[in-house]
Design a protein around this ligand. Structure first.
Ligand code: GAR
Length: 206
């Protein structure tokens, strides 16, 4: 379902600070021309990302997995809200809940995720947020980075769309490394991937 300007209706799912959401919002009209961000959903009602969405005038909704009593009910509600807003593309931007195979199959090649490492390194179920950078530093890698990929039933296992390497520097803490990976890779890659996928969807709506 396209809106009147012929853009792909896109929802961004978040859990935390929302700097990747911010990067997407700021890329509208610069890098992003074929996607319209029409909804932001958080699984945590206190996520600062919701404030960023509201400041940009975008409908921002919190759906609590705990309050609904589990993943099945959470995904049912999420699906309802996505349909209500006629969403065609989902972007996971620091969304830290793993989606079920039933959900990812339903949205096959319609969910993007940003992961703060070079997949297949430091990825999978237990690798999220700062833990990813802690693991990279503990292993002593000299290069890390970020990956944007399609989401399938395997955590961080879907088709890779974009990757960018970032240097690890002597004395890095997880926080310092996280910030560098965001600045040099995540905030650049994610808007690019959104634009590429949205443009492809418009070119081939099948
Ligand atoms: C980002 O570094 C993102 O790559 C990561 O969480 C952070 C969210 O920051 N996502 C994962 O680890 C997913 N496995 P943000 O809320 O400021 O965008």
């Amino acid at each position: 379902m396209l809106n009147e300007r012929g853009k792909i209706r896109t929802a961004v799912l978040v859990s935390g600070g929302g700097t990747n959401l911010q990067a997407i919002l700021e890329a509208r009209g610069e890098v992003i021309h074929h996607a319209e961000i029409t909804l932001v959903v958080s699984n945590r009602k206190n996520a600062y990302a919701l404030e960023r969405a509201k400041a940009a005038g975008i409908p921002a909704i919190a759906i609590s997995l705990k309050a609904l009593g589990g993943r099945e009910a959470f995904e049912r509600e999420l699906q309802r809200v996505l349909e209500l807003h006629k969403i065609e593309l989902i972007v996971l931007a620091g969304f830290l809940t793993i989606l079920s195979p039933a959900f990812t199959r339903r949205w096959d090649h319609r969910i993007l995720n940003i992961h703060p490492a070079l997949i297949p390194s430091f990825c999978g179920k237990d690798y999220y947020g700062l833990h990813v950078h802690e693991a990279a530093l503990a292993r002593g890698v000299k290069v890390t980075g970020a990956t944007v990929h399609f989401v399938n039933e395997i955590p961080d296992g879907g088709e890779i769309l974009l990757q960018k390497a970032v240097e690890v520097l002597p004395g890095d803490t997880p926080e310092v490394l996280q910030r560098r990976v965001m600045e040099q890779a995540e905030w650049i890659l994610l808007p690019k991937a959104v634009e590429t996928v949205a443009a492809d969807m418009l070119a081939d709506p099948s």
